[in-house]
Design a binder for this molecule. Structure first.
Ligand code: LIP
Length: 273
């Protein structure tokens, strides 16, 4: 029974992501990008009227199709639902990139089984590259229907690592100090600006690992199951599970090398871990 409930929600999540993509493309096609932009926690933490419109579209569809499911969205918070499933939605992950037209932003939708406190499926739609990443518990990870898997690289010194930075200046200062010490110890660093895409890049082998502090559940929950179903490992730093303090995702082989390095430097610079 539950397998069908998950499969139905995965099918719906794909359709909702495509509908959100259509809305986004309708707002940025044509001669001028007319975006209403506000700021949230700082002048660098931005949100647009398109973020809000996409979340309203997704939430309306979820409420209509799964009236008992809970909805947790970046822009409108928690809504409804007394049933066992919760939808965790980021209407545009990588909002800064979206505003600038930098081609790295995604719609991220995860479905949680609240009885088991587990993500049971997730989709991440890379809008600029038109790639749909997806995974369901125990069913593998895919991009556009093609099976994906993490790399088999075993040395951190040969690994390509993604990361990201928070919005507060004092947090960024410590994160910058950390990355300056990590950089000489790895192949190179990449900063895409959308956690859900960083995670999908680990899942499909475009990165060997990724770490970031300060993420919200809607940033990482869909990407995390996609990494795990692609054979990778996702943890926190000091915590076993990813969260606001730290999210670390790798091919599994380099996980403890990266985790130990991140923890030691976070302690040195007083950063969250
Ligand atoms: C973004 C994350 C990214 C992080 C950015 C920002 P948003 O989410 O996906 O990894 O580095 O600072 O938080 O705010 O664009 O949805």
């Amino acid at each position: 029974m539950q397998e069908n409930e998950v499969a139905t929600r995965l099918d719906a999540a794909r359709a909702y992501a495509r509908a959100g993509q259509e809305l986004i493309l309708s707002r940025i096609s044509g001669p001028a990008r007319s975006l209403g932009v506000d700021t949230k926690t700082s002048i660098t933490d931005m949100v647009t009227d398109v973020d809000r419109a996409v979340e309203k579209l997704l939430a309306g569809s979820i409420r209509e199709d799964f009236e008992h499911d809970k909805i947790v969205g970046e822009e409108f918070g928690d809504g409804g639902g007394d049933g066992p499933y919760a939808w965790v939605v980021d209407p545009i992950d990588g909002t800064t990139n979206f505003i600038y037209g930098f081609p790295a932003y995604a719609i991220s939708i995860a479905v949680r089984d609240l009885r088991r406190d587990t993500t049971v499926c997730g989709v991440v739609l890379d809008v600029p590259r038109d790639r749909l990443y997806e995974a369901a518990e125990g069913k593998g990870a895919y991009v556009d229907g093609r099976r994906i898997s993490v790399t088999s690289r075993s040395r951190l010194a040969e690994s390509l690592i993604g990361t990201g930075f928070g919005y507060a200046a004092e947090v960024r200062r410590a994160q910058g100090a950390m990355v300056s010490e990590i950089l000489p110890l790895i192949r190179d660093i990449r900063r895409a600006g959308a956690a859900s895409l960083d995670l999908c890049m680990v899942a499909c082998g475009e990165l060997d690992g990724y770490y970031e502090s300060g993420l919200w559940p809607w940033d990482f929950m869909a990407g995390a199951i996609i990494v795990e179903e692609a054979g990778g490992t996702v943890t926190g730093g000091l915590e076993p599970t990813p969260g606001a303090a730290m999210t670390i995702a790798t091919n599994g082989i380099i996980h403890e090398q990266l985790r130990e390095l991140v923890l030691s430097l976070a302690a040195k610079y007083g950063a969250r871990s």
